[in-house]
Design a protein around this ligand. Structure first.
Ligand SMILES: CC(C)=CCC/C(C)=C/CC/C(C)=C/CC/C(C)=C/CC/C(C)=C/CC/C(C)=C/CC/C(C)=C/COP(=O)(O)OP(=O)(O)O
Ligand code: 1GP
Ligand code: MG
Length: 236
């Protein structure tokens, strides 16, 4: 089977189009050795701020993908696209409704070879994404594994995203999720603000995503790249 365009990613920086970032900081992030820059946010994402950030990242060779989180923010020109589906919510609009609206509007323009669904399982009830989507973040291990099997085996989603945005997550739960995954790539994001936390999450997840710390402590953000790379590239 052909490998997916994101299948080798171990480390990703997630940039929020709604937050300002200097040229110097962007240069450091894009030249850091990260595998990709992912552009996405759960509020304040518009066509204008997404195009602006994309065109700045485009000056660099690093892969640049978009997590499409608003209808307005679907911008052509990225290397790849992720479409999030929030699995642990009862609100159908966030599982399939917004996505169907998006396909009605942009379906003929989607570059399918470079587009993948992400099955989000949001585990921090305080994260903006949890609040916006009404996610049931209080999953125990059994519940989480059921969601992972649903995403991985029944729905055959290419990416499962364990999302703790804003808080470092429960590593034993992440390890359990990883053991339950067969085919999907397991992304982990949330509260990685040091090399040590990057290392811990990267022990279990295929891909770790570093977001908020970029805006509060750039040096700490950059230290997460080497932490994942250190000891050579593992077969993951
Ligand atoms: C024109 C063209 C080339 C199109 C290609 C783009 C494309 C593939 C379009 C397909 C059409 C389509 C299906 C669109 C989907 C549209 C849509 C609105 C989907 C809903 C997505 C969704 C479930 C959003 C909920 C929130 C969420 C899960 C966002 C993901 C990103 C995220 C969690 C970011 C973190 O946010 P942050 O702001 O940092 O949060 P904190 O405050 O906690 O830090
Ligand atoms: O912002 P942080 O907490 O690093 O989380 C990263 C990412 O998972 C957010 O969607
Ligand atoms: Mg954020």
């Amino acid at each position: 089977m052909k490998e997916a365009w994101f299948s080798e990613w171990r480390h990703v920086f997630k940039l929020d189009p709604d937050k300002p970032i200097s040229d110097e900081a962007l240069d450091a992030l894009c030249m850091s050795g990260t595998d990709a820059i992912l552009i996405g946010g759960s509020s304040g994402v518009t066509f204008e701020n997404t195009v602006d950030l994309m065109s700045r990242v485009r000056r660099y060779e690093v892969d640049c993908a978009l997590e499409v989180s608003t209808l307005d923010g679907a911008v052509p020109g990225f290397d790849g696209y992720f479409v999030p589906l929030v699995l642990n919510t009862d609100r159908a609009e966030w599982i399939i409704g917004k996505q169907i609206e998006g396909l009605k509007e942009y379906g003929t323009f989607v570059p399918w070879e470079e587009t993948a669904a992400q099955g989000y399982i949001i585990l921090n009830e305080d994260a903006t994404a949890a609040q916006v989507t009404g996610a049931n973040a209080a999953l125990d291990e059994e519940g989480l594994i059921a969601y992972v099997r649903m995403a991985d085996r029944l729905m055959r989603l290419p990416v499962i995203y364990l999302e703790y945005s804003g808080r470092f997550g429960d590593m034993p739960l992440l390890a359990s999720a990883r053991r339950a995954v067969r085919n999907a790539r397991l992304f982990y994001g949330g509260g990685i603000d040091s090399a040590d936390k990057a290392r811990q999450a990267a022990e279990h997840a295929h891909t770790i995503v570093v977001g908020n710390v970029i805006y509060t402590d750039l040096a700490a953000a950059l230290s997460t790249v080497e932490a994942v790379r250190g000891g050579g590239r593992q077969e993951f």
